[in-house]
Design a protein around this ligand. Structure first.
Ligand SMILES: [Zn+2]
Length: 312
């Protein structure tokens, strides 16, 4: 695969017409009603299990106690985006979001390990056609770590010259990511930064915010670890979105550059966040009594800003 994400197309500049929510948190009422519904669900489940479990009190035998119900857990299932323009950066706060494009690929697991060692999270914009079942563990590991999965189309075309393909390219990618990981993306990065108003609107209709970048070290051109580091560090400003690549070719230089980039950004006072976090998009969590995929968390571990929805 030799498909660099960035070609000769300079992304049109559109104003970042967003406003960050003043306070993104789950209200008491929302929390209460989610808890109440979960409780009712668990009670009903316990009653059904008891009824079907041969319980009897005939003949004076002691009633069989209902099996203890497993504590309800929750898993991340997506995020909720908004906005009708393409985001080049976030609010001018001391945060930076890093996006890795064109995976999943051979090096993606190493990128996840690098992020774990750096205690940082990133946003992975995936090519749907590359999302093979063998990457299921990698995707779940990313979700476990707090990384975000984004849509980078199914086959990486220039969408502006293939307008009839746009919806299908986005939907197929969302679908394959969801089928493999249980997570539905809410952010989309157009290949080569090529987009227009119609593409923005189609993405929006699918729940996807279109996200570009304002720092590009051109790591796909393999300029060397030192150049990648220097370009990122010289380009970052508060609210920056950085584009790099975990797929589409050998990515050892990028992989080697980021531990130092992350450490030096932190030394300057920057917090490393995901793109949804930078843009104020809230994560979605669902109850997962049996389908937690190893990434279920206790209610108390669900992020405070999360939206909790009922399982589909
Ligand atoms: Zn790309």
């Amino acid at each position: 695969m030799g498909r660099p994400c960035v070609g000769g197309v300079v992304p049109p500049t559109m104003g970042p017409g967003y406003t960050r929510p003043a306070a993104s948190h789950v209200t008491w009422a929302t929390t209460f009603s989610a808890t109440l519904v979960s409780t009712i669900f668990l009670v009903l489940t316990a009653a059904m299990q008891s009824a079907g479990g041969g319980s009897t009190s005939l003949g004076g035998a002691p009633p069989v106690a209902a099996r203890p119900v497993r504590a309800s857990r929750y898993r991340v299932a997506g995020c909720r985006s908004r906005g009708t323009v393409a985001y080049l950066h976030g609010p001018r706060v001391r945060e930076v979001a890093i996006g890795f494009d064109d995976g999943p690929a051979r090096d993606t697991g190493a990128f996840v390990t690098m992020l774990e060692r750096s205690h940082a999270q990133a946003t992975f914009f995936m090519i749907g056609d590359e999302v093979a079942p063998s990457y299921r563990g990698t995707l779940l590991r990313e979700l476990h770590d707090g990384d975000v999965l984004g849509d980078h189309t199914f086959t990486h075309p220039y969408l502006t010259t293939h307008p009839r393909e746009v919806r299908g390219q986005l939907r197929r990618t969302m679908s394959v990511i969801r089928a493999l990981s249980g997570y539905t993306p809410c952010v989309f990065r157009p290949p080569y930064g090529a987009y227009d108003k119609s593409i923005l609107e189609t993405a929006r209709s699918l729940g996807l915010a279109t996200v570009l970048w304002n720092v590009d070290p051109s790591d796909y051109a393999l300029p060397g670890k030192a150049a990648i580091e220097r370009r990122v560090l010289s380009g970052v400003a508060p609210g920056s979105i950085v584009i790099s690549h975990d797929g589409g070719g050998p990515r050892g230089q990028t992989l080697a550059a980021y531990p130092s980039i992350i450490a030096k950004l932190r030394a300057r006072g920057y917090k490393i966040v995901t793109i949804p976090q930078l843009l104020g998009f809230r994560p979605l969590y669902v109850p997962c009594v049996d389908l937690c995929d190893g990434i279920g968390v206790r209610r108390s571990e669900v992020p405070r800003e999360a939206i909790i929805e009922h399982a589909p």
